[in-house]
Write a protein that binds this ligand. Structure first.
Ligand code: ADP
Length: 470
């Protein structure tokens, strides 16, 4: 059952319950009031009549007429239960059924009352000295209340009927009204449902209509819109990630194709000529080894990046970055064929930071390798480690060939090389690995460069470790 109908039904039932309760209460009140209205005057008249009989021994026709005014009736009985006097309009049923009441009063000598077929009857004994006992009875039907000029006749069953019909008359509009109110109140829900049905994965830019910010449905729509906004961002990010992964796979395929083609070429050469010509064999095997080594380095670098993308946790420890830098510098110095001077003067005070030592050493190694690679023999590479507020800086400056301004925004991208012929030895992945390491630490890497004069790469890392969120 729809909420609309459930609300309507609930309202209708509540109204019915209220009407029934009201009826019951009204009837109860009316009973009490009627008893009060009927019984008290009857008792008063019976007492008045008894007082007259007490003094005069009987009731005159005038007494009788005065006492039985309205709907009240009066009966005077002797000790043999016989009727001595009676007013005109005594209901016959009273004579038939007042035996018990009379016996009670004659035996006890006290007043008593009874209800006889909708009539209230009150009997009072009258005892005069030495004379036989008399009983005055006064009565009046319950169902008739005489309120002077406003002769209002209301009997309980009639009243119940009145309330019931009033209830029916009010419940019907109440049902219709609550149905309309529920429909109107729930209309925005239908609008939301329709709008949600229209939203597809392709177009998350749509938003639900917000009629009012103050009611619950407005809140619902707002919350839904916030969810949509988050989904839109998440989907856009996912698209971006997928696109960059596709680019990466395409670039990786492209990069691997060159050494593979080379290896295949030399393998054929080896097969065709190598068996007869040892020189060709040596040359081919050397080339195959060179290309295979290059491929293996490339694959290794790709795996490093993939692991970084996966977001494996860093192995953080507090270290003195002066030592990390000095390790990297030592490793670069002993590398063969370096005709470049590497200068490193560590500061006097420790530069402590919470980092993954291996990864930071790797990033610094990449910067040093590049600096040496792109600096002609006789040039210089200077390594600096220093504080910069909350961050630690590792700086590698070279006096090498520099990078043209137009290329600077792209050199940290995967497989990007300024001049592929010139940097044939490189894969174009080194700087993207360095940037990934910086970002995993919540830090950054920047470059300034002047073609022909040299470049400076700066790796900045938060000294207290990556922010908790990352
Ligand atoms: P590669 O393996 O080709 O060096 P990188 O990602 O490390 O790849 O660097 C990207 C490109 O940036 C390099 O191809 C090179 O052209 C340029 N580059 C990087 N470092 C330097 C440097 N210190 N001096 C001049 N050019 C550099």
């Amino acid at each position: 059952m729809s909420i609309r109908w459930r609300l309507t039904l609930f309202h209708a039932l509540t109204m019915l319950l209220i009407a029934a309760l009201l009826t019951a209460v009204l009837i109860a009140i009316l009973f009490v009031v009627m008893h009060l209205l009927v019984e008290r005057p009857v008792r008063e008249r019976a007492d008045d009549a008894a007082a007259i009989v007490q003094t005069t021994g009987t009731l005159t026709a005038r007494d009788l007429a005065a006492l039985s005014e309205g709907d009240t009736f009066i009966i005077l009985r002797d000790e043999q239960r016989g009727v001595l006097l009676q007013s005109e309009d005594v209901p016959p049923i009273v004579f038939e059924q007042d035996r018990l009441l009379l016996e009670r009063v004659f035996e006890s000598g006290f007043p008593s009352s009874d209800e006889i077929d909708g009539n209230y009857v009150y009997a009072v004994p009258v005892q005069r000295d030495g004379e036989p006992l008399l009983v005055v009875q006064a009565g009046q039907p319950y169902t008739v209340i005489d309120q002077g000029p406003l002769r209002l006749r209301i009997a309980p069953p009639g009243l119940a009927g009145l309330v019931a019909s009033a209830a029916v008359v009010t419940i019907l509009p109440a049902i219709v009204g609550s149905f309309l109110v529920a429909r109107r109140a729930l209309a925005p829900v239908n609008a939301i449902v329709r709008s949600v049905q229209e939203i597809s994965e392709e177009d998350l830019s749509q938003r639900l209509p917000v009629r009012s910010r103050r009611d619950e449905l407005g809140h619902l729509a707002l919350t839904f819109n916030e969810l949509l906004a988050r989904l839109e961002v998440a989907f856009a990010e996912r698209e971006e990630t997928l696109a960059s992964q596709r680019r990466f796979v395409a670039d990786a395929g492209h990069e691997l194709r060159t050494p593979l083609a080379s290896i295949l070429g030399y393998t054929r050469l080896l097969r065709d000529w190598g068996l007869t010509d040892p020189e060709v064999a040596t040359e081919s095997l050397e080339a195959i080894e060179r290309e295979a080594t290059r491929m293996s380095e490339l694959v290794e670098e790709m795996l490093v990046l993939a692991r970084g993308d996966e977001g494996l946790p860093l192995e953080l420890e507090k270290v003195d970055l002066r030592e990390v830098a000095s390790d990297a510098v030592e490793a670069a110095r002993i590398a063969p064929g370096t005709g470049v001077k590497i200068v490193y003067e560590p500061p006097l005070a420790a530069i402590d930071a919470c980092v993954d030592v291996d990864r930071v050493r790797q990033a610094l190694g990449i910067l040093l390798d590049n600096a040496i690679k792109y600096t002609p023999d006789g040039g210089m590479v200077i390594v600096r480690v220093q504080h910069a507020g909350e961050q630690a800086e590792l700086e590698v400056t070279d006096t090498g060939i520099g990078i043209p301004q137009a290329h600077l925004p792209f050199i940290f991208e995967r497989f990007y090389r300024v001049d592929s012929a010139r940097s044939r030895a490189g894969s174009g992945l080194g700087l993207s690995i360095a940037r990934q390491i910086a970002e995993l630490h919540g830090g950054s890497i920047t470059v300034t460069s002047q073609p022909g004069r040299g470049s400076t790469f700066t790796l900045r890392l938060p000294r207290s470790g990556p922010p908790a969120a990352s």
